[in-house]
Design a protein around this ligand. Structure first.
Ligand SMILES: CC(C)(COP(=O)(O)OP(=O)(O)OC[C@H]1O[C@@H](n2cnc3c(N)ncnc32)[C@H](O)[C@@H]1OP(=O)(O)O)[C@@H](O)C(=O)NCCC(=O)NCCS
Length: 149
């Protein structure tokens, strides 16, 4: 799935690595006629001053199924599942023009940054009111993300 959706193997390898280390907190697929056509993964992140954070990555839909609402449905489903599991907030790197519709705002709103200099592409959403009130600094992803090219 991820090999088909992304230009390189980095995201597929990342999912394998998170699975191997049991750090794939949430993993949801989208199906059409019984075949997997989309996938979203969430894994734990850490930051000073807040707990219960998850990083949403990767999310992908097979190219021939894109543009029909599947990607959006996967993000909404993942956020709902994360909230139901008691997660406090979710961060991601992505196009703000797409993710704003799901409630994401630039993480810098809360004084948060990513390690890759993503700027406004690094976004966050609170799943519990005030979850990020005391948070500050750089949000650390799982070490498996260090290998993402
Ligand atoms: C991003 C992705 C998951 C979206 O899946 P999808 O099923 O096409 O998404 P939806 O059909 O729910 O939404 C499509 C809408 O989002 C927009 N959109 C999709 N990807 C976008 C992006 N990277 N940047 C900005 N807008 C984007 C489309 O233009 C479309 O807009 P509209 O609703 O105003 O018409 C899919 O395009 C994909 O797999 N891309 C390759 C992998 C990737 O880049 N993943 C995201 C980074 S981890």
């Amino acid at each position: 799935m991820h090999l088909a959706a992304f230009p390189g193997p980095g995201e597929a390898d990342l999912v394998d690595a998170l699975r191997r280390t049991a750090r794939l907190t949430l993993s949801r697929v989208g199906e059409v006629d019984g075949a997997v056509v989309g996938h979203v993964a969430l894994s734990p992140v850490t930051v000073a001053g807040a707990t219960g954070g998850l990083g949403l990555a990767p999310v992908a839909v097979l190219p021939e199924h894109q543009g029909r609402g599947l990607g959006g449905a996967l993000v909404v489903d993942a956020l709902g599942a994360a909230r139901a599991q008691g997660a406090a907030f979710v961060v991601l790197l992505g196009d703000p023009g797409w993710y704003a519709r799901f409630g994401f705002r630039p993480a810098s709103t809360w004084g948060l940054h990513d390690a890759w200099g993503g700027g406004d592409a690094f976004q966050a959403v609170q799943l519990q009111p005030g979850a990020l009130d005391g948070a500050r600094g750089v949000v650390a992803y799982d070490p498996a993300f260090d290998d993402l090219g």
